[in-house]
Design a protein around this ligand. Sequence first.
Ligand SMILES: [Zn+2]
Ligand SMILES: [Zn+2]
Length: 287
Amino acid sequence: MANKKRIGVHVGTGGGVWTAVDRAVAAGANTFQIFSASPRMWKASPVKAADAAKMAELRAKHDVGPVAIHASYLINLCSQTESVRDNSTKAFRGEVERALALGAEYLVLHPGSWKGLTREQGLKLAAESIEKAIEGIDFAGKNFRILIENTAGAEFSLGGKLEQVAELVDCLKACAPVAVCLDTCHVHVAGYDIVSPDGYIETMKLIESTVGFDVVKVWHCNDAKAPMGSKLDRHEHIGEGTIGAAAFCRLLKEPKFAHCAFIAETPVDAPGDEARNVGVLRTLAAG
Ligand SMILES: [Zn+2]
Ligand SMILES: [Zn+2]
């Protein structure tokens, strides 16, 4: 079913990157997210052509997509320290190259931390670093986007406010294939209300007037352990946190986001948790 709603989960790649497709399918997902290298190490090996081919074959067989890759947590493209920025820029180029080699549609990026600088300087550096990282890469004919993710709004973290995500997209859209990933937990703990019906309407208006609906390609679906506005990024199982099932039900059925992939990054506390969260999202989307 080509236009079946895309609901999935972040899965592991142990045993080969292509095994992610099997894990996603086993979890009942028809879209998924992975890391293309260890998210806590600078070193990464290039994608093997045979692995990419196997992934493409399995995706086609099971109708799985889009595929999102989450960039390494070490990358900070707006660091005040030049050496960190350089390493981050090189590492991000590697992320883009691996994403393209794997045929992934999306590469999700946290904009970074501007500690020691001003927010404006941070924004400028993030945009410059991304532009530098993708220099010379030909995106023509590729169904690929770098997705700027909103963050939980911790001090110095760029992208806690929707306006900052929009600004970065605006800075980059002339030179890079950019779009947006919004995370329900980050939206909520950053202080935007998606829980009360009135708050939801207000937050939707704000999304429309900042990033816009069409540019949002992925919703990371995570319930939250911490209260709204707490700036604490702790993901919870869908329906068991401070966001709650009703808010996910509303979001999953939002016509403005019918084009989006909904991907959980929920905790894995017990075997089968990926499938359980995908199942809950699927039920809420249908309910
Ligand atoms: Zn996320
Ligand atoms: Zn998070």
